[in-house]
Write a protein that binds this ligand. Sequence first.
Ligand code: FAD
Length: 376
Amino acid sequence: MKKHKICIVGGGLTGLISALVLAKKGLDIDLMVENLSPKNKDLRVTAISEKNMEFLKSTIKNINLKLFYPVKKINLFFEKNNQTKNFLNFNENKNLMFFFENRLTKKHLTKLLKKTNVKIQKKTIKSIDLAENKVSTKLSSKSYDLVVLCLGSNSPIYQKISGKREIKKNYKEHSITCSVKHQIKNIGAQQFFLKEGPLAILPYNNNKFSVVWSIEDKYFMKNQKNISNYLKIKLSNLLKTKKISLGNIQSYPLKLLLKRSYYKKNTIILGDGLHVVHPLAGQGFNLILRDLEKLNNLISNNLRLGLTIKDSNIPKDLSDSRKPENLLMGLGIDTTREFFKSNKYLDPIKENMLNNFSKSKLLKEITKRIANLGLN
Ligand SMILES: Cc1cc2nc3c(=O)[nH]c(=O)nc-3n(C[C@H](O)[C@H](O)[C@H](O)COP(=O)(O)OP(=O)(O)OC[C@H]3O[C@@H](n4cnc5c(N)ncnc54)[C@H](O)[C@@H]3O)c2cc1C
């Protein structure tokens, strides 16, 4: 029987995980990556929900669960008069979120991929012929039944697929991130809405956490040289300890991007190319995993019915089912960011609103549910 030919392009988390998830289906998969061990190492830590962890466990054979650090406790604070006030906390018997180091996880995923039938090719793609589903590199081109582009958020190759149909906003902020060694017991995940911008603490083992602090470009540019010191002082004050040491700092410019067209013919976009959201809620990659779970189900259904992927409605069905949630979540996170920014009209009533929010069992349950399952 003729195998369905799929091309996945991109060696980021989206490309690697997509290839592994689809590898089980007996498809003929080419994975094109620019570089498998990029010099600029990704030092970020990513938080994923319990439901998304389940998805990875059930679809990726031999995934190393030790790379995923479970957390049962999450605390949220806001700053008022230079003091932080806890307004929401989750302390459960079950795991709420899992945290993994991007660098180690990408290495592990690549190792797993080498044991599958996926053909990994070190190639940069130059163009796509949408009518023929043909992917071209400098030296060759090949047609596929389905092409999945996971090229990050900035690729010019998306132009032909989505044009300018998108919601876009430059936050004029940078996220700075680094790893922090500490001696605090059972630290849990924490989010501080500070006057400079949201700061998240993401534990990834018993004595290390990653910090992500999103600050205005103006503040970042002015303090760039001393940013490590500023961050250390900030963390010492927030956590009430001097016993912390910070690793190398990386910074990422922040934007909101919500694409309106997800596909053309049989070429689809997946990952940051479809949506980029503010990292304050740790939802960007979670949305991507939900897109991938849907794509995985659509392909399975197609194969079960003996239909060809080439003539299927998979790209349209994926777009129809995922676009509303991605749009609402992206705009919801944007609204949350606006809410916590200093605002002379809102500030006097903010504390009251947050206190009432934390008292409502129903709102707490809804927040937990959305963080875990999205809007499904
Ligand atoms: C500071 C920060 C913290 C975050 N924290 C979280 C979190 O806690 N939880 C969460 O859910 N999300 C989080 N996110 C979001 C998450 O990190 C991203 O959504 C995710 O990394 C996107 O991965 P990607 O593979 O889609 O894109 P990328 O990582 O950008 O990968 C794109 C890949 O495509 C390749 N490529 C590009 N062009 C070509 C070409 N022409 N040919 C071949 N290959 C090509 C590139 O080399 C690259 O390897 C965070 C984001 C930031 C900035």
